[in-house]
Design a protein around this ligand. Structure first.
Ligand SMILES: Cc1ncc(COP(=O)(O)O)c(C=O)c1O
Length: 387
């Protein structure tokens, strides 16, 4: 079969101004990067606490390799369930305040797998309009009817819940901190609605784990909802600085996923070094609240500075500050001009965000210095004046 469609597909992506290319990093991951050969200040990472290059994580990974070797060799249900996988799950459950937890190879695999295990034909999933692509794909894969409610619109969610057939299993799924807008879901109200209509709640804490709550356990823990949110998914590759994902909940949930969840069953398990990194990261996150304090201090400094320059970083309640530009072309040009001046703030276009809402997605880290933020604000001011 001819593959000439590949060229025409690429051309149509280019014609729409949506072509993407990979940028290359030649340094470790921190507040500064060597990007495509140049030193830049990094405002485009989910490494919110700045621990992706922490010596404690590196030492734990090295020790795990020395003791257990590199690969896990098989899936968890065959011979790939190593001591460190179980140790991490016990620690995650304790961290999240749940009876059990299960590790997944990535957040994407967790969301597609969990949703398609818990809902099926005849069921209804209620999904926030701004939920992540992995949640959208999980809804599709489940074959359940998906009711998308407008972003954080609880009135619409309630109407949809009322309309659902009483025989259907009902599942509400939402991010707690939205990845592209940085705002927070009204979780307590969502839980109350769920209880009123006998629906399950699943949250995605990818952008909350590590940075919210007294010990960094996330928004569910911060709001005291651990016993009322049945399915708490999160990732290990963002604020926890490593790789992988988890779901925290009941022992029965863990057991069902082990038995039914295809993205858990049919994949080689994560290497021991990755488990060891996550174990070290949780310890660090719990015992160093000063990292969260530094992160929030940096957020305040950047937000204030951007406001003074006349930018409006939206309703963000997190280290994710979206500067909405609207037009995709203008957004990418703004981002390129910042980069030319040593500031990396990635432009985000459709399909990652809805058409007409292209934005610079600025993310802060605990390890940014006040001087780096000042420097970035100066560059924002200069680029704004040129556009
Ligand atoms: C909200 C959300 N959920 C899930 C994922 C997927 O997680 P992972 O990168 O571990 O696949 C991401 C980002 O990558 C995300 O932003």
């Amino acid at each position: 079969m001819s593959v000439s469609f590949i060229d025409s597909e690429l051309q149509s992506i280019k014609d729409a101004g949506l072509y993407r290319r990979l940028r290359r990093v030649d340094s470790d991951q921190d507040a500064t990067l060597t990007l495509d050969g140049r030193a830049v200040i990094n405002f485009s990472s989910n490494n919110y606490l700045g621990i992706a290059n922490h010596p404690a994580l590196a030492a734990a990974a090295k020790a795990a390799i020395d003791r257990y070797g590199c690969g896990a060799g098989a899936s968890r249900l065959i011979s790939g369930n190593m001591a460190l996988h179980e140790e991490l799950e016990t620690k995650l459950a304790e961290f999240k305040g749940t009876p059990a937890a299960l590790v997944f190879n990535s957040g994407f695999q967790a969301n597609t797998g969990i949703l398609s295990t818990l809902a099926g034909d005849g069921d209804v999933i209620f999904s926030d309009a701004l939920n992540h692509a992995s949640i959208i794909d999980g809804c599709r894969l489940s074959r359940a009817k998906t009711q998308v409610y407008s972003h954080c619109d609880l009135g619409q969610l309630e109407l949809q819940l009322k309309d659902a057939p009483s025989s259907a299993r009902k599942l509400i799924v939402t991010e707690t901190i939205f990845s592209m807008d940085g705002d927070q879901a009204p979780l307590t109200d969502i839980v109350e609605l769920a209880e009123k209509f006998d629906a399950m709640v699943m949250v995605d804490e990818a952008h909350a784990t590590g940075i919210f709550g007294a010990t960094g356990a996330g928004i569910v823990a911060k709001l005291g909802l651990s016993e009322r949110v049945a399915i708490q998914m999160g990732t290990l590759g963002k604020a926890l600085g490593g790789f992988g994902a988890y779901v925290a909940g009941s022992a029965a949930l863990r057991d069902l996923l082990i038995n039914r969840c295809r993205s858990f069953i049919f994949t080689t398990s994560l290497p021991p070094a990755v488990m060891a990194m996550a174990l070290a990261a949780i310890d660090l996150v719990k015992k160093e609240p000063e990292r969260r304090e530094a992160l929030w201090r940096n957020c305040r400094q950047l937000k204030q500075g951007l406001n003074q320059l006349g930018f409006e970083p939206g309703a963000s309640e997190s280290p994710i500050l979206p500067l909405i530009i609207g037009d995709a072309g203008k957004c990418m040009k703004f981002s390129e001009q910042l980069l030319a001046n040593g500031v990396f703030a990635q432009g985000i276009r459709p399909p990652t965000v809805p058409p007409g809402t292209s934005r610079l997605r600025i993310t802060l880290m605990a390890t940014h210095t006040a001087a780096q933020i000042e420097r970035a604000l100066k560059v924002f001011e200069e680029v704004k004046a040129q556009t």
